[in-house]
Design a protein around this ligand. Structure first.
Ligand SMILES: [Zn+2]
Length: 223
């Protein structure tokens, strides 16, 4: 079954509402560090011992990188970076975009890669911009299904192409290190829009390009 089926109720354009609210009031750095001290004590250790004394500050700095996506606007390239496609109307595929995200249920890391394809209508965008969209959404607390849909919907709204395809593979730290302890399992989610959804041939061309073609172990995941 399509993992993306779970997201089919999310219409294009709704992506704006899924972006984090800008009105969230952040605590002070001191408050954040105090919260980390509390979690160290919750784990059973002493935050005042030598090895841990600087840990709250380090964790807060790490958070600034892990969650930089809250300060990024994935749609900001919309006006600035469109280029004329010069008649190019074949599929554009960017594969193996590495990302690290954090699951919103456990705040555990998700390591993965995203594959993005689109069929240009009038314009193309620099591939670094596609990677930046993946980066902006991954550096937030996420569930993989939502992130997959957000990437696809943003590119669809900005590029207005004939279609967008996004496949995300993720290894979830919360599943590998706790609970069912499945360290090898990866989750695959997809969102196919436009011709990628309507035309099986286009979809298979994309899946072959990213190495998830008909004969792969993903077999009937993408009928
Ligand atoms: Zn989790």
């Amino acid at each position: 079954m399509h993992a993306s089926l779970m997201m089919n109720g999310l219409a294009v354009g709704q992506v704006l509402e899924t972006r984090p609210a800008r009105h969230v009031i952040r605590p002070s750095r001191a408050e954040a560090e105090m919260a980390v001290r509390t979690l160290i004590r919750w784990a059973g250790d002493n935050p005042d011992r030598e090895g841990l004394i600087d840990t709250p500050a380090r964790v807060c700095r790490a958070y600034e990188q892990w969650f930089a996506g809250y300060d990024a606007d994935p749609t900001e390239f919309r006006q600035r970076t469109f280029e004329e496609a010069a008649g190019y109307d074949e599929m554009v595929v960017l594969r193996n975009i590495r990302f690290v995200s954090h699951c919103e249920h456990h705040m555990a890391p998700i390591h993965g890669r995203a594959h993005v394809g689109y069929l240009p209508r009038n314009r193309v965008v620099g591939i670094s911009k596609i990677a930046r969209v993946v980066d902006a959404f991954s550096k937030r607390l996420q569930i993989q299904e939502k992130m997959t849909a957000e990437i696809a919907n943003t590119l669809d709204a900005d590029l207005q192409p004939y279609g967008v395809a996004v496949v995300v593979e993720g290894a979830h730290g919360c599943m590998a290190s706790r609970g069912v302890h499945q360290s090898q399992a990866t989750m695959v989610t997809s969102r196919m829009l436009g011709q990628f959804r309507d035309q099986p041939q286009t979809r298979h061309e994309f899946l072959s390009a990213i190495g998830l073609g008909r004969a792969s172990e993903c077999g009937n995941l993408f009928p």
